[in-house]
Design a protein around this ligand. Structure first.
Ligand SMILES: Nc1nc2c(c(=O)[nH]1)N[C@H]1C(S)=C(S)[C@@H](COP(=O)(O)OP(=O)(O)OC[C@H]3O[C@@H](n4cnc5c(=O)[nH]c(N)nc54)[C@H](O)[C@@H]3O)O[C@H]1N2
Ligand SMILES: Nc1nc2c(c(=O)[nH]1)N[C@H]1C(S)=C(S)[C@@H](COP(=O)(O)OP(=O)(O)OC[C@H]3O[C@@H](n4cnc5c(=O)[nH]c(N)nc54)[C@H](O)[C@@H]3O)O[C@H]1N2
Ligand SMILES: [Mo]
Length: 772
């Protein structure tokens, strides 16, 4: 009998055993709240959705002039590995020779899988750097706006902000948490690289049991776990800045703001106060003004401001708020609001960005470094903000603004993706389909026939973590896991490392890419980083073989010293912030000098662009496109748990009963959502947990067009990105704005075509695998 072997995933450590064709999964015994997402894993072993052999798109093989037009609607031919590797190597050679590395887009955004060595992003970037470099992308879909604004006004994104308030401090000291965007417990199920123990829930309960109050500002009632009895302020999506301004107006006019704090620790408050009081624009940002915009009552706003001023208050702002038009503003305004309360740097008070969005945020930091694969240096200077990918492919040479720079889009000939799913993550998928027709060649490594794989020219079957050994470890997680191979590779799948090694061999770069190490040798080599740090700090330091045999290792954590916020509070000149002024920038001269109209010198209220479009009446409902509770993004949408939540094979959409009644929609109906960009089907779930005028459709249902040749295809499955707008947050950050859009919904009366995207692909037979 096989024994259970340790393994790990972005949603938690577990052990697994494969026997008689079945994969059995057990959560790690040390995890108090294992994630239900573990239920998606067993399907990996035998799903028909897996890519089993290398496959080439017919039109690309035939090499006709307009071959790319059929991308997304073409047939595929399966080929042998040696044929596929030849084709890839020759094509890379051609493009690098004729156009140089600045014609290769290797941004390849995506979460890939847990595992420090086989991490697909690290592998592809290292590989492309060995070949001479590539056009990269900067920032993330997660925090595109926040990661640019925070460094201007508070200090480096990762060093100051997320590390300043811990769950321990909240449990100990916080009296009131005002959470803009809530803290949906489902989100804390995951963390990039893994989670040894899911602790957010007990921490929230602990704080609540001590008497902490939670206010959830969100269009959805369930953006907090029920047990903490959060007070729900059902805000109109996209209007948090107005609410925050209303709160600050109450603070100023009632003298509740902390003048001493503002004086000592911030710059530019006076400009902002002028704006609040309407001295320049004649428009005071009163509670009444705010209430009108955000849909929260005047008295509620006034009471909340007063309670915030007299309590130990923590202001949190979720990622979701900044994944929207002018997404920089709520992040910045949240900081300003917290500064006005004067509690930044106090235990359990102040400001925290994105607390609760990932399982390890708010935990203590590790005291030792983690194994990391060297990606080498990229000599190419061209880059794009990550969510501008369709703009780049559609408009080579066009200019754009980003964070004070005037840049131009490169002319991309070849796109190489491994470990991400742009047909999941990008906005306006019909536009992305058009963009994906532009390059000469698209190469994708995938574990499954996702919609991205179905838009590629060359699809190479990649293993999942289950099919290989790796080291599992993550930021702020004290459990390092010996991730042991649980099953043999499915079909002819190969590890990304092996695929890149073989292509490198064809191109004479094998030694440079592999440094002549096997995968197993890499694991023990990479482990040394952590091992040496353990030795140096006098901790127990098993060698790699001992770690591998034991299956896991507990890593030491740093003590909770209050973080940089409290150091700054204690000594603002000795521990200044890394901003131009060394203080919190309520007014940023740097940003003001950029001269942008959509992100100015201090936080502003700008009505969202989706609201002032001409079609407001035609598309009256807000659609919240948030993270799914039943999977990580699009990963393992074919898994049992994710599929158990579908209704008639469609993604569920939550609709307020009043909005549903007005449209004669009842529970379980298949509905069609539409706007000027596209449409999709979904299954109606009537729920009082969504605010009136708002619907909620999670991301991640694999995009399946009803007509692969149409430019206006409808998604049969329920992918909201067919509806979202592909526009940057502002000239400052150019972040993704996929979280909210405007739509109309109706009962679908047409023929309901089946969802077939998880079924086996069929391939053309007897096609010659040499390129014409
Ligand atoms: N409308 C809207 N859109 C959004 C969001 C939103 O809120 N609203 N959220 C955005 C956010 S925050 C994010 S982070 C993105 C997420 O977008 P992605 O990170 O692109 O989504 P994933 O589904 O995690 O894609 C990972 C892909 O990698 C593949 N993969 C996994 N392991 C391996 C491996 O070892 N090798 C290879 N070659 N492939 C592997 C998986 O099969 C999967 O297809 O989506 C964004 N999109
Ligand atoms: N289970 C699971 N967990 C995940 C992920 C996943 O795919 N699955 N993805 C992970 C990733 S990559 C990231 S970046 C984080 C994302 O973390 P977030 O972006 O914070 O997560 P979301 O679930 O997209 O959004 C949280 C909530 O914000 C609320 N919201 C939306 N718009 C508004 C608004 O305008 N105002 C207010 N006040 N509230 C609004 C919605 O009700 C939504 O449920 O989640 C991570 N956690
Ligand atoms: Mo994300």
């Amino acid at each position: 009998m096989n024994s259970f072997k340790p393994h790990s995933s972005h949603w938690g450590a577990f052990s697994g055993r494969y026997e008689n064709g079945t994969l059995e999964i057990r959560p790690h015994p040390g995890d108090p709240h294992p994630s239900p997402l573990l239920g998606n894993i067993p399907a990996i072993a035998d799903s028909p959705a897996r890519v089993r052999r290398p496959a080439i798109r017919r039109g690309w093989l035939e090499g006709l002039p307009c071959h790319a037009n059929k991308r997304g609607a073409d047939d595929y031919v399966e080929v042998s590995w040696s044929e596929a590797l030849d084709l890839v190597a020759n094509e890379l050679q051609r493009v690098y020779r004729d156009f140089g590395p600045q014609a290769v887009f290797g941004g390849s955004y995506g979460w890939s899988s847990a595992g420090r060595f086989h991490h697909a992003q690290s592998q592809i970037h290292r590989f492309l750097n060995v070949l001479g470099g590539y056009v990269r992308s900067v920032n993330t879909y997660s925090s595109g706006a926040a990661s640019v604004i925070i460094p201007h006004v508070l200090g480096p994104y990762d060093t100051f902000d997320r590390k300043s308030v811990t769950w321990d401090a909240i449990e100990r000291s916080t009296e009131l948490v005002v959470a803009f965007g809530g803290m949906a417990i489902k989100n804390a199920d995951v963390h990039g690289g893994g989670i040894g123990a899911h602790t957010v829930r007990p921490k929230l309960s602990g704080a609540s049991a001590r008497g902490a109050r939670f206010v959830s500002v969100s269009p959805l009632r369930d953006d907090f776990p029920a047990e903490v009895n959060a007070e729900w302020l059902p805000i109109i999506p996209g209007t948090d800045v107005a609410l925050m301004l209303g709160l600050s107006h109450v603070l100023v006019t009632e003298g509740l703001h902390d003048r001493e704090f503002l004086q000592r620790y911030t710059v530019g408050y006076e400009h902002f106060e002028d704006y609040i009081l309407g001295r320049g624009d004649g428009l005071p940002k009163t509670a009444e003004w705010a209430a009108e915009i955000c849909g929260i009552g005047v008295e509620t706003i006034k009471d909340l401001a007063r309670t915030m001023a007299r309590s130990r208050t923590l202001v949190t702002v979720s990622h979701s708020l900044q994944r929207a038009d002018y997404g920089e503003q709520p992040v910045w305004m949240g900081i300003v609001l917290a500064a006005m309360l004067g509690q930044i740097g106090l235990d359990g008070g102040g400001y925290s960005y994105s607390l609760g969005a990932l399982g390890n945020i708010g935990k203590q930091q590790l005291a030792v470094p983690l194994p990391t694969l060297n990606q080498f240096k990229n000599p190419v200077t061209d880059y794009i903000p990550v969510a501008r990918v369709a703009d780049m492919l559609l408009n080579p040479g066009a200019g754009f603004h980003y964070n004070g720079h005037a840049l131009h889009y490169p002319d991309i000939r070849l796109v190489y993706w491994a470990g991400g799913n742009p047909f999941h993550h990008h906005q306006d998928l019909n536009r992305l389909r058009a963009a994906f027709k532009r390059p000469e060649t698209i190469i994708v490594h995938e574990t499954a026939w996702t919609s991205t794989a179905r838009h590629a020219d060359i699809v190479l079957p990649a293993t999942t973590t289950l099919e290989r050994d790796d080291i599992g470890a993550a930021d702020r997680d004290d459990l390092m896991i010996a991730m042991k191979k649980l099953i043999e590779p499915v079909g002819e799948a190969r590890d990304d490392y092996e695929i890149f090694s073989e292509i490198a061999r064809h191109l004479g770069k094998f030694d440079a890419f592999t440094e002549n190490r096997t995968s197993k040798e890499w694991l023990s080599f990479l482990f040394k980083t952590t091992h040496q740090a353990l030795v140096a700090s006098g901790q127990e330091a098993p060698d790699f073989e001992t770690f591998w045999e034991r299956g896991e290792l507990r890593l030491p954590l740093k003590p909770d010293e209050g973080g940089p916020a409290s150091a700054f509070r204690d000594d603002p000149s000795g521990s200044p912030l890394q901003t131009p002024s060394g203080k919190i920038e309520i007014f940023s001269q740097t940003i003001a000098d950029f001269g942008y109209d959509d992100c100015q010198g201090h936080p502003h209220w700008y009505p969202a662009r989706i609201e002032i479009e001409a079609d407001r009446a035609a598309y009256p409902l807000h659609l919240v496109c948030n993270q799914p509770h039943q999977r990580l993004h699009s990963q393992l949408d074919y898994g049992e748990f994710s599929r158990s939540t579908k209704i008639k094979d469609r993604e569920p959409i939550r609709i307020n009963p009043t909005d549903a009644a007005a449209r004669s929609i009842v529970d379980g109906d298949i509905v069609r959502l539409f706007n000027q960009r596209g449409s999709c089907l979904a299954a109606a779930v009537l729920s009082e947990d969504v605010r009136r005028g708002v619907m909620q459709l999670a991301t991640g249902a694999w995009f399946e067009p009803d007509d692969r040749t149409s430019e206006h295809a409808m998604c049969l499955h329920g992918n909201p990105n067919i509806l979202t707008r592909d526009v940057g947050t502002s000239k400052l950050a150019q972040g993704c704005t996929g979280q909210i859009t405007k739509v109309e919904v109706e009962r679908f009366s047409g023929e309901i075509l089946p969802v077939r995207i998880f079924e086996s692909m069929t391939f053309l037979q007897n096609k010659n695998a040499t390129r014409a």
